[in-house]
Write a protein that binds this ligand. Structure first.
Ligand SMILES: Nc1nc2c(ncn2[C@@H]2O[C@H](COP(=O)(O)O[C@H]3[C@@H](O)[C@H](n4cnc5c(=O)[nH]c(N)nc54)O[C@@H]3COP(=O)(O)O)[C@@H](O)[C@H]2O)c(=O)[nH]1
Length: 778
């Protein structure tokens, strides 16, 4: 509430209170006035009623009644009038109809001490009698009743006897009759307070109305004044309220007088301070909002990036796990998962003392299908096989195949066409035979691959732990051995492992199988051994020598696998790969500007066929290599064959432009006629002769003769297997200019050859070697 409002309210309360009190006061006064007025009127009326004295003296009831009735008409507030004689005895009464029957107080209570002194004979003198006596009584219904008793004076002593009506009248008419000396009786007037107040209503109402008007007027005037006084204060209070509620407020007028101006100045100071503070706050808030927005944006960006990274990491992890543990083609567990989980299963089997069977399955003739229908068909076939194998292994066969939540290894693919089936916790080994038969039956059902109806037969080896092997490696080897024996026995078969089965033959068989897949698995590599021109110190050529990077056995040398490849009919494929790879590599070296003019590739006798020519042409065409940069090393065996086909083939090769070299010259064959029959370019002295140079003069002479023969036949000569300075000295002294051997370098991978492919890279070494020759000659 505003200050003026508060002041106005206070004034209103005071004014209304004062008016109410005043009205009550006026009402009370009017009430008493009315009562006294009636009393006075009665006194006046009595004074004007000498007949009442007569009636009293003579106790004339009728006259008394008439007089009392007359008195009752004086005021509507009169309830009753009662008349007493001088002794206080009631002699008459008149009542208003509504008060008839009401109780009446005794004369003594009405007059109290003011009553007659005695009841007989004594005269109360009017001039010493208390004039009026007031008594309040409560009538029925709680109404307050005013009793006023008045003595009635008379000129006749009421106790005087013998007074006649005439003498009484005479006394009244005498000159002094107005001086009433004796109290002849008493009159009690009863007045209703309710009616008396009713009579005052008009006066009270009008005074209340006037009071109200005065209040209204005063309130109006006062409110105008207070408003005028408090308006500046109110404005300041509102400003203070606005400040308190944080509103932006204008400066206040300081022109008011006195304290208000001081308050206004203080408020303006506060407003100025607040405005500065608020502006600062606004700027800070804006900056903060911008910062928060920026940070929120950065955070959500970071969050998104983080989520993305987490997702990518999870995906990568899943992918890596999938790649690390599952075969990408069939989605079956791969060798790694198989090995890890089998080792766990074996431990469990040992603990539970229950046998575990491992079925090793290899498809018969898969390579043939792969070669004839292509890799895509081969892949489809493997997928179908995986599907069928998984379908064959029922829950009942593998009681607990979940080693962990997602590694089910009942069927795994170890690689190529090799699969394994683990039968965990079997009741007896024979149960494995039932599953093996089921696998055979399932796989031999024809399958449709690329529109071809194909029947695949597997060979299955079964090994049972712990009897056939207690660990993964042992059990796998046993199952593998059993599988090869099954294959040997005619394929499409299963066999339990038997300790009598020879492991050596199995080893060879395994190598054969692995070799068949070595090319497609990218396990074959070529190493290069430089052939050094001792006149220039340059590498004039390099012999490509094949190596097999076996995943389990490491780097396998050619003497271990070339004969197997020849035996199992794989040499053409292998040789062809070597031919293409050597051409591709040299072409790449030359493209990079490296100093290497030719590469020599070994040919197996079994490669010599009309097909070879087109293979060579194709290798040259694909690599873009010049034919003269390719040298083919032929063994003496090829030359000795002497068939027309071989001659034609070699002639055709020569016609293309490739160089032909006779390798291992002098090893076992006596006929030298082929040297002139074939279009040869080079002759390589076998390293066995070189090694033997220092052993006997005969050997040395033989080497010298071979060199001389090559020179006379105009064949380039390469001495291979040169390991020592003395061998070098002997060879170079006798005219061998091109040296190949550990003395300069062992066969090395292509990357390692590169640093040697620069001009005169062996110059220093040769100079040193030559110095050694000169020193020896001295
Ligand atoms: N049909 C194919 N046959 C090939 C191919 N690659 C190799 N071969 C045949 O394997 C034979 C053995 O080759 P390798 O084990 O690589 O041995 C070669 C050299 O390492 C070795 N040599 C060379 N210098 C020395 C030496 O100073 N000391 C030493 N102890 N050995 C040395 O000689 C082999 C090269 O001989 P050659 O081929 O006669 O030049 C190999 O002889 C081939 O028959 C192939 O791709 N296809």
């Amino acid at each position: 509430m505003t200050i003026s409002g508060k002041i106005n309210t206070l004034i209103w309360v005071i004014a209304v209170g004062a008016t109410t009190l005043l009205t009550i006061f006026i009402g009370e006064r009017e009430y008493h006035y009315q009562r006294d007025e009636i009393s006075r009127e009665v006194v006046t009326a009595i004074a004007g009623m000498p007949q009442l004295q007569l009636a009293l003296y003579f106790n004339d009831k009728t006259a008394i009644s008439q007089n009392l009735s007359q008195l009752m008409t004086l005021s509507p507030a009169l309830r009753r009038v009662r008349l007493f004689d001088a002794t206080g005895e009631e002699v008459g009464e008149r009542s208003a109809p509504w008060s008839e029957g009401e109780g009446k107080p005794s004369f003594e209570s009405l007059r109290g001490e003011a009553g007659p002194l005695q009841t007989t004979g004594a005269v109360r003198r009017a001039d010493v009698t208390p004039p009026n006596q007031l008594l309040l009584t409560i009538a029925s219904l709680g109404e307050r009743v005013n009793h006023i008793t008045r003595p009635i004076s008379s000129v006749i002593n009421p106790f005087e006897t013998g007074v006649t009506g005439e003498s009484f009248g005479l006394a009244l008419s005498e000159r002094d009759s107005a001086r009433s000396l004796y109290v002849i009786g008493y009159l009690d007037i009863e007045m209703s307070s309710v009616l008396l107040r009713y009579q005052t209503l008009g006066t009270v109402a009008s005074s209340a109305a006037i009071g109200l008007l005065v209040i209204l007027f005063s309130a109006f005037v006062i409110s105008l004044i207070t408003r005028r006084i408090t308006a500046p204060l109110g404005r300041l209070a509102k400003v203070a309220d606005d400040i308190a509620s944080g509103k932006m407020v204008e400066k206040v007028d300081e022109s008011s007088a006195g304290d208000l101006a001081e308050i206004a100045r203080v408020l303006n100071g506060i407003i100025a301070g607040l405005n500065t503070y608020k502006s600062q706050m606004d700027v800070d808030h804006q900056l903060l909002s911008m910062k928060v927005e920026e940070r929120t944006e950065q955070l959500s960006k970071r969050n998104a990036e983080l989520n993305k990274a987490v997702k990518e990491v999870t995906e990568t992890k899943d992918r890596l796990r999938q790649m690390a543990y599952f075969d990408s083609l069939t989605a079956l567990p791969n060798r790694r998962l198989f090995a890890e989980q089998l080792s766990l299963l074996l431990r469990m089997a040992r603990r539970n003392k229950q046998p575990l069977a491992l079925l090793f399955l290899d498809l018969d003739n898969f390579k043939r299908i792969n070669d004839s229908l292509g890799h895509s068909a081969g892949d489809q076939l493997l997928q179908e096989v995986a599907h069928r194998l998984s379908g064959c292994v029922r829950e009942s066969d593998v009681v607990a195949h979940y080693v962990d939540s997602e590694s089910r290894i009942d069927v795994s693919r170890l690689g190529g066409d090799e699969f394994t089936v683990v039968l965990n916790q079997i009741d007896k080994p024979e149960s494995a035979a039932l599953v093996a038969q089921r696998l055979l039956d399932s796989l031999t059902t024809p399958m449709n691959i690329d529109g071809h109806e194909i029947i695949v037969t597997p060979s299955i080896g079964i090994a049972v732990a712990p009897d056939d092997g207690g660990d993964t490696e042992g059990l796998l080897k046993a199952a593998d051995t059993a599988m090869y024996h099954a294959k040997k026995q005619g394929k499409n078969n299963y066999l339990f492992y038997d300790s009598a089965m020879g492991a050596a033959g199995v080893e060879r068989l395994r190598l054969e199988t692995d070799l068949r897949r070595a090319i497609e698995r990218g396990q074959m590599v070529l190493h290069y051994q430089p052939q050094v021109d001792t006149h220039t110190g340059n590498i004039i050529g390099a012999e490509a020598l094949m190596r097999w990077e076996h995943p389990e056995q490491g780097l396998i040398p050619p003497y271990k696998f070339i004969p197997i490849a020849e035996e199992i009919g794989l040499i053409s494929q292998l040789g062809n790969w070597g031919l293409n790879e050597a051409c591709r590599q040299l072409a790449e070296f030359q493209a990079r500007g490296l100093e290497l003019s030719r590469v020599s590739v070994n040919l197996s006798a079994l490669q010599i066929s009309p097909m070879l020519v087109s293979d060579v042409e194709s290798a040259l065409a694909q690599s873009g290599l010049d034919a003269s940069a390719l040298e083919l090393e032929l063994t003496e065996g090829i030359m000795m064959d002497g068939s027309q086909d071989t001659v034609v083939t070699l002639q055709s090769l020569k016609n293309i432009g490739v160089r032909l070299s006779i390798d291992d010259f002098g090893t076992g064959y006596s006929s030298l006629s082929y040297l002139t029959r074939f279009p040869l370019d080079e002759l390589k002295i076998d390293r066995s002769f070189v090694m033997d140079i220092g052993k006997s003069q005969r050997n040395a002479n033989l080497v010298a003769a071979i060199i001389a023969m090559a020179n006379s036949l105009n064949l380039e000569l390469v001495a291979e297997g040169v390991e020592t300075g003395s061998q070098y000295q002997f060879l170079t002294e006798h005219g061998a200019a091109i040296i190949q051997g550990y003395l300069f370098s062992k066969p090395v991978p292509a990357d390692a050859l590169i640093p040697m492919l620069k001009e005169r890279s062996f110059d220093d070494q040769i100079r040193q070697l030559n110095r050694g020759v000169a020193f020896a000659q001295r």
